[in-house]
Design a protein around this ligand. Structure first.
Ligand code: NAD
Length: 479
């Protein structure tokens, strides 16, 4: 018998209409647990509970808030190995990556525990004599948080922690593919001292829970991370209902390698950011833009490094890359490899399904050469271990190519030239720019987000999170 896991609504565990199995993508015979599927009535109960809890929570003692967030962070950090293992088991990134993500989640709660005490305002002189003006930030109200499957603990954490720190009440709808980490986080929050109704978890499908959450009149704002298609529809619904919305979506992130790059470093950071976490990071570099002078050496060295990668069970020791998270994602990855080949790209490594001792969604990372900017493989997000190489003449062509995308999340350059590094940081049209570092890997206390089709609304993480999770009040006092 696998354990059953319920929704958390108004301080109580509540069963939905059915249960869905959470299956390990490294071993399809391993059922992690059964997770309940809520419905619109449960979602409504969660929003109403959050609305009822809001007046006391939003005006309550900030030390109590800080203590609760600190307690959550402390428990996550103490249990990082166990939570990281659960994460690797349900999502498929390696155990080391899972522990790293759990650590990040714990640190985020610790950071926002401190932020509870640091919300400041401004006092400015009025143009009218004897009149004072105060500018303060207040919580939005009840916020709906909708999260994707690829960071099942860090992304819920980086939305929940600032939402609560700034005095909001929360309804979390996690990705239905990976409910395990969200449920574990909810269980930790349920014992943190946070009053009933302040935090609620409602699991279920996007169309059943996510859609009514976005459209519920009791919700003041939606913070969403996921695909561009779903995000775009949510933005439209929020516009019609005049709700605040924040969207973090896909990427087609470029990694430039210039002639003057340190070859070994360029190879390592390219392989890291294209293929680790099975390429399932919104910040993964899926376009390797390489200048003429280093092209041959770089492509040979990347293939040699790819040949050393160990792909296998996410929980096994010594594994570099776990399985793809789901059958539909694996099919999408394989389809894009075929689309790239049909468009004229040359597949020189990987791109096929792999068999291991257990049945799982394993795939050999794929490298495609002779690709051009117009190809779908370079315009659409694959979201798997698939990288394409674009050959260019020089830095100017590489910069133009890197910006030639409807996305703008992260971008990297490998170079030993201060001139090109400085110019790229200034002229890249991405929200996050890396010099001699992988395109993935942003600290938990600095702003995270992109431009163009990758993001909409204000930044997440760090102190910038207050832009979304608070609203500004201007207050006057007369003589
Ligand atoms: P997705 O858009 O399919 O789903 C995201 C969430 O939206 C899930 O919880 C889903 O159930 C919910 N949802 C689906 N339909 C909905 C609807 N009609 N109304 C409301 N909610 C609905 O995305 P995914 O496949 O879970 O995640 C992968 C995507 O997320 C990729 O595009 C990736 O780039 C992106 N991502 C972006 C960032 C970032 O910060 N920019 C981070 C991680 C992932």
């Amino acid at each position: 018998m696998t354990q059953k896991h319920d929704n958390y609504i108004n301080g109580a565990w509540v069963a939905g209409h059915s249960y869905a199995p959470n299956i390990n993508p490294s071993n399809l015979s391993d059922v992690i647990g059964e997770y309940t599927q809520g419905d619109a009535a449960q979602l409504d109960a969660a929003v109403q509970a959050a609305q009822a809890a809001f007046p006391a929570w939003s005006t309550g003692n900030v030390q109590a808030r800080a203590d609760a967030l600190d307690k959550i962070g402390t428990e996550i950090l103490a249990r990082r190995e166990e939570l990281g293992t659960l994460l690797a088991r349900e999502e498929g990134k390696t155990k080391a990556e899972g522990i790293g993500e759990a650590t990040r989640a714990g640190n985020i709660f610790k950071f926002f525990a401190g932020e509870c005490l640091r919300l400041t305002g401004e006092i400015v002189p009025s143009v009218r004599s004897g009149v004072g003006v105060e500018i303060t930030r207040e919580p939005l109200g009840v916020v709906g948080l909708i999260t994707p499957w690829n960071f099942p603990i860090a992304i819920p954490a980086w939305k929940i922690a600032p939402a609560l720190a700034y005095g909001n009440c929360v309804v979390l709808k996690p990705a239905d593919l990976v409910p395990g980490c969200a449920w574990a986080l909810a269980e930790i929050i349920s014992r943190s001292g946070i009053p009933a109704g302040v935090f609620n978890l409602v699991m279920g499908r996007g169309s059943v829970i996510g859609d009514p959450l976005v459209n519920h009149p009791g919700i003041s704002g939606i913070s969403f991370t996921g695909s561009q298609g779903v995000g775009g529809r949510i933005a439209q619904q929020c516009a019609v209902n005049l709700k605040k919305v924040q969207l973090e979506m896909g990427g087609k992130n470029p990694q430039i390698i210039l002639d003057d790059a340190d070859l070994a470093q360029a190879v390592e950071l390219s392989v890291q950011s294209a293929f680790f976490s099975t390429g399932q990071r919104c910040t993964a570099s899926s376009r390797l833009i390489v200048t003429d002078g280093i092209y041959g050496k770089f492509v040979d060295a990347v293939q040699a490094r790819m040949a050393t990668l160990k792909i296998g069970d996410a929980l096994a020791a010594g594994i570099d890359i776990g399985p793809v998270s789901s059958l539909s994602q694996l099919q999408q990855d394989l389809d894009y490899v075929a689309i790239g080949q049909a468009e004229g790209a040359q597949l020189v490594a990987g791109g096929t399904r792999l068999e291991r001792t257990t049945e799982g969604f394993y795939m050999a990372p794929a490298l495609l050469l002779d690709t051009t900017a117009a190809m779908r493989i370079n315009r659409e997000e694959v979201f798997g271990p698939v990288a394409s190489v674009i050959r260019v003449k020089d830095y100017e062509a590489a910069l133009a190519e890197s910006n030639n995308t409807p996305f703008g999340l992260s971008a990297g350059i490998a170079t030993t030239s201060l001139k090109y590094a400085t110019h790229f940081k200034r002229h890249s049209q991405a929200g996050m720019v890396m010099v001699n570092l992988p395109t993935a890997g942003v600290d938990y206390h600095v702003p995270f987000g992109g431009r163009k089709g990758s993001s909409y609304g204000s930044r997440e993480q760090g102190r910038y999170a207050q832009e979304f999770f608070t609203t500004v009040k201007t207050a006057y006092t007369g003589a």
